[in-house]
Design a protein around this ligand. Sequence first.
Ligand code: CA
Ligand code: CA
Ligand code: CA
Ligand code: CA
Length: 425
Amino acid sequence: MDLFANGSSPIYYDDLSLKSASSTALSSTANPSELGFDAVLTATIGSLSPIAITPTGTVDFYEGLTYLGSSPVDASGQANIAISGLGIGPHNITANYSGDVNYAASSGMLVQTVADTTPPTISIVNSNQDTGDGILSQGENTNVDITQLLATFSEDVLDPIGNINPDDVTNPSNYSLILDPAFSATPISIDSIVYNAAGRTATVNLNGGLPLDTGTYQFTIQGTPSIQDDQGNRLDGNGDGTGGDDFTLDFRILPDRLPETGFPPGLLSILPKQSETGLFTDLNLRLIIPKLEKDLAIVGVPLTGSGWEINWLGNNAGYLEGTAFPTWSGNTVITGHVNLKSGLPGHFVNIDQLKYGDQIQIVAWGMVHTYSVIETTILAPTDPEAFEHAEQDILTLITCRTYDLESGSYLHRTMVRAVLVSVTE
Ligand SMILES: [Ca+2]
Ligand SMILES: [Ca+2]
Ligand SMILES: [Ca+2]
Ligand SMILES: [Ca+2]
């Protein structure tokens, strides 16, 4: 007798009577599962037969009437399928076991629920103009003209019609840009937001379309009230997995030009009153140049909307805010006058005499950081080389050179670059 010659009904009935009954139990690795993540469904084929013969055959999986796929029953009597792309809510899943020589067919069911409990995060922020690498990084220093910031979210976020819903991605009050956050905390206008749902990117138009001035900025995207996904999960600004907090990004716009570090030689320069933001901070650090017999206090020169204000530097050496803090890794830029306002030479007048291997020291908190000169060069005032990024501890000294009577300014800058070679007590 050939039971399997065809699928006609009477033979199928005979077939059932000769096989053991099977059962199909369906389970899921995650139920509810998270939107966008796979859950693996397992159909386990069981038997009531006292003789345990491993079932063979295949299992077809359906979501409602939609075929999801098939999988062979393995040596442990199981068939698996990874399901992805299911929308939020409950889904009726059916597993149909084909049966085999020993076992009759059977089916199992499961309600797979998909939920979204993951809050959106900020994947990347870029600027327009672009800083050259497609990202405005945390703590980045740049001198490009920025009129837009572009925030990309990890998932699509709520964008109701209009811009006034407190949770709307296009509501300008969900964003802020603050100039000089530690001192004057001046808000920069957020003009409008354009949201691209496909790219999940909010383009934030700033400052009336004018490029941001030089200075230190903090950009914030609100987690409360919140930019949120369509399930009400609020922005996870700090990326710790829990929503409802702000995203912040600090960056600096540096000047295009190196600072003027000299007054006209031989003339007494009259200074305007020092501005409040231009006040220097005594950093309790000293700059020592043994070859030139210099031992100078280092003061901090704040970065303001008009660049670094160094007119009041006097007999000090000035650390330019925005470059690496002295003795920290990175490129530290320190400036000094070539000519003082009295018209007399300043302390940096002879730094062009420093040669390869000469030493420069920074004394900080009882430690002597010794740097060895690797390069002395003449730069144009707009040359960005002085501010080149460095991973290691680099010290860059700059001052002016070549006073031009006609324009009343210095035509060149002298740059001395040195690398850290030792730290001693
Ligand atoms: Ca979500
Ligand atoms: Ca960048
Ligand atoms: Ca909107
Ligand atoms: Ca968080």
